[in-house]
Design a protein around this ligand. Structure first.
Ligand SMILES: [Zn+2]
Length: 98
């Protein structure tokens, strides 16, 4: 038989690879998340995780600063989400200074 099946795959069926622009590594597409459009995402999973961690740290730092600059508003909002009284957001230097 001239066309005996063998364990060798034709080269056209080899695994698809993609280059990650963040780490510049070419990897199998399985190393990339799938977007909502069904395509592999721009960066590989480890790079996306690293970017997400960095983004979360920056957001936490910004929130800490926001709380430090507006402690009364933070406490009022905290009471609100805990089911306490309505927040009293007031402007400084305006209104009923007693
Ligand atoms: Zn990468």
């Amino acid at each position: 038989m001239p066309h005996e099946p063998s364990g060798l795959r034709p080269p056209i069926q080899r695994a698809a690879v993609k280059r990650c622009p963040a780490c510049d590594n070419t990897q199998p597409v399985e190393q990339f998340s799938t977007t909502s459009h069904g395509r592999p995402s721009g960066s590989c999973k480890p790079c996306r995780q690293q970017a997400a961690r960095l983004s979360a740290r920056r957001r936490q730092a910004a929130i800490r600063l926001l709380i430090a600059f507006h402690p009364e508003e933070y406490q009022a909002l905290l009471r609100l989400v805990r089911g306490g009284s309505q927040p009293r957001l007031r402007e400084r230097g305006v209104g009923d200074a007693a």
